[in-house]
Design a protein around this ligand. Sequence first.
Ligand SMILES: NC(=O)c1ccc[n+]([C@@H]2O[C@H](COP(=O)([O-])OP(=O)(O)OC[C@H]3O[C@@H](n4cnc5c(N)ncnc54)[C@H](OP(=O)(O)O)[C@@H]3O)[C@@H](O)[C@H]2O)c1
Length: 293
Amino acid sequence: MLKKLLKKILPSGFRQKMKESVLKRFEVINVTRPYNININKKGRFNGQVVVVTGGSGAIGRAICFRFASEGAKVYVCGRTESKLSAVINEIREAGGSAFPGIIDISNKDSIQHFFDTVIAESGKIDVLVTSAGGSAREKNNNIADQDPDIIKDVIDVNLIGTILCTKYAAKQMMTQNSGKIVTISSSIGTQGKAGYSEYAASKGAVIVFTKSLAMELGKYGINVNCVSPGIVQRDAINFSKLERIKQTNYMNDYGKPEDIANMVAFAASDEASFITGQNFIVDGGRSLGLKGD
Ligand SMILES: NC(=O)c1ccc[n+]([C@@H]2O[C@H](COP(=O)([O-])OP(=O)(O)OC[C@H]3O[C@@H](n4cnc5c(N)ncnc54)[C@H](OP(=O)(O)O)[C@@H]3O)[C@@H](O)[C@H]2O)c1
């Protein structure tokens, strides 16, 4: 009845536009879509050995693709073998070089064993990117109600795991007198966020760890920098939610894993050889402050 009435009173072009706009609101956008990778064997990282912790995650995967596409041999690291295989197969199918690193960064023996294996297999580490980690997600809570075990897990993975992976990579890089270390923090690491205090503390500590290490390792020709993402989508997301996320920053866009990978690749390249101890925030300007009237 209503449909018939609308058909009568609304011109067909307008009806079509309305239909498209309603459909768009339910459209699901996959930000972790397969990438088209063109492998460039003469790229910036040709012949380099690159270790990416959290390489099976949304951001880590984009970072791995970026290094592989520029000629690196990439160790894609994480706990879950099937997730690692998926990323490695995609890279290999495109002609790139990728190997698995099954590692639990909350376990010091697992970390040491992994780095010993990489050095035995590849003889060097040119780049380390520490992307493994994340907040407690659905278990985020105000501090008074937060489970102490969750607080400890978040600190263990984001901070202690990052420090320990960096320790073993740095030790190798010192013998080489070269290397690039890129840690991954979060804009929450500088701004804080209610309900995420243990995550904010862990990520803030990663930034000051980066600065301290830059001071320690500069004399060995090792650059240490940090990249801090804003909101970056992990999975498929519907149009309405993406529109809401766009309102949170000054570029009116949403962060894509490649946006972070671009910054990481720059920080790990020779172009950044006179940059160390810095934190690069990639968040569309979200952390600049007040937005709106
Ligand atoms: N996405 C964002 O909006 C955002 C914003 C700011 C900062 N960040 C930071 O960016 C980094 C990557 O985030 P993401 O969005 O790509 O997360 P993600 O998709 O959830 O990926 C997390 C990665 O970390 C690995 N991981 C987690 N716990 C681990 C452990 N104990 N040992 C070894 N590997 C472990 C996961 O491997 P398994 O699945 O095998 O455990 C996975 O590869 C994180 O450090 C996060 O804090 C993300």
